[in-house]
Design a protein around this ligand. Structure first.
Ligand code: R5P
Length: 399
């Protein structure tokens, strides 16, 4: 695989664990100003810092996403049908690869409608999109759309759709969670990302996230269940804790409740804005040791994923939230970790460091020499079906 393609995928699915949190805000392309997405900028701004990538149309990225704080853009390039039209499957490519590159998209995405009236058009469209996007090293995320037929979302149908998308060359596939979801994952040779679907109670949406990851999904591409929540920041952070920090359902829901109530929360190194959007607040990395239990499938697919991260990450800019805070932990405020090995020792469960809010201000540490690059580890052998580890949330951190 070409460097460009690999590195773009790595900014969506993090190399240390093969996982990612994609924030979906592209709904307007067929739903118009749907609830809580009436003013996209207002919806996106408070939560974008907690995602790894943003799924969006070119109209919204240009009008409502701040280019000074770039986030990997997964650009929706298909459309042509609306919720009040004749058939939602009647889509085609509406945004050129040239425009995707102009926008600095990290990936492009389109829907396929397997079994629908315009199945043929969407599948051939996917083939053409892969042909063109690969010329420029742009990965393609295929969305297995069901239109208004939500009842289609079972393992048999979704396995069929996901597999077809992968066979056409999609580099990642977005689909829905369903019973026997592991079957869908196992028969799809590329990473699967799970959509949230219509709004659920928060605990149910977190259960969907947890069960998806447990079954081998590489992450979520969640929209309504985050920004239609009364507490979108709390919700995306709880989702993130499952995806990147192996929180179980109870832990994630507790975190959601605490954040929603504005309570101080236990610190967790992975929960706090890990990968963050290239130049956003410095990361607390997810614990790769913990995650490794659950990433057997992704490791098979993506042998490069234990490489050091952040090679292309620009330095943080001053004035961004949580950057260069005086009460940072030691690895915050340091220069980017271009050569830092990913495989930190596992954090001890229940390691509860005292909150640091009250610490006196510290000067940022002087630049350190980067550590020597670690050789990438070979892909691990597949392990039995994974249960996400359920570490107790670790040491508290200022939120
Ligand atoms: C739908 O076609 C859009 O692509 C959405 O991005 C997708 O459905 C994910 O958003 P949600 O979690 O709201 O279902």
């Amino acid at each position: 695989m070409d460097y460009g393609l690999k590195s773009r995928i790595a900014s969506i699915l993090k190399p240390n664990n093969g996982r990612g949190v994609m924030l979906a805000v592209d709904h307007g392309y067929f739903l118009g100003p749907t609830e809580k997405l009436e003013v996209p900028k207002r919806t996106i701004s408070p939560i974008v810092r907690y995602c790894d990538s943003l799924m969006v149309t070119r109209g919204v990225v240009r009008s409502s996403v701040d280019p000074n704080f770039p986030v990997p853009i997964v650009l929706r390039v298909s459309g042509g049908a609306s919720i009040i039209g004749e058939d939602l499957s009647n889509e085609e490519i509406t945004t050129s690869i040239k425009d995707a590159i102009r926008i600095n998209a990290t990936a492009v995405t389109m829907s396929i409608f397997v079994g629908a009236k315009y199945e043929h058009k969407s599948l051939v469209g996917l083939g053409h999109l892969v042909n063109e996007a690969e010329e420029y090293g742009l990965p393609v995320l295929a969305v297995t759309a069901v239109g208004k037929e939500l009842a289609k979302r079972d393992a048999r149908y979704l396995s069929l759709s996901c597999r077809i998308a992968a066979e056409f060359g999609a580099h990642m596939v977005k689909t829905y969670y369903c019973d026997d979801f592991q079957k869908v994952v196992n028969s799809c040779p590329v990473p699967i990302i799970v959509a949230g679907g219509p709004k659920l109670p928060e605990r149910d949406a977190l259960a969907l996230t947890y069960n998806s990851i447990k079954a081998g999904a590489a992450g979520v591409d969640m929209g309504r269940n985050i920004w239609q929540s009364q507490h979108p920041v709390a919700m995306i952070r709880a989702v993130r804790a499952i995806v990147h920090s192996n929180y179980n359902l109870d832990q994630a829901y507790k975190l959601f409740q605490q954040l929603a109530k504005g309570q101080p929360i236990p610190q967790n190194r992975g929960n706090f804005n890990p990968n963050q959007n290239q130049n956003r607040p410095q990361q607390n990395r997810p614990n790769p040791q913990g995650n490794r239990q659950n990433q057997n499938r992704n490791q098979q697919r993506r042998p490069q994923q234990n490489r050091p991260n952040n090679q292309n990450r620009p330095n943080q800019k001053p004035g961004q939230p949580n950057q260069s805070k005086p009460n940072q932990k030691p690895n915050q405020g340091k220069p980017q970790n271009q050569n830092r090995p990913q495989n930190k020792p596992q954090q001890k469960p229940n390691q509860t460091k005292p909150a640091q809010q009250t610490k006196p201000a510290q000067q940022p540490k002087p630049a350190q020499q980067p550590k020597p690059a670690q050789q990438p580890k070979p892909a691990q052998q597949p392990k039995p079906a994974a249960q996400p580890a359920t570490p107790a949330p670790a040491a508290p951190k200022p939120q």
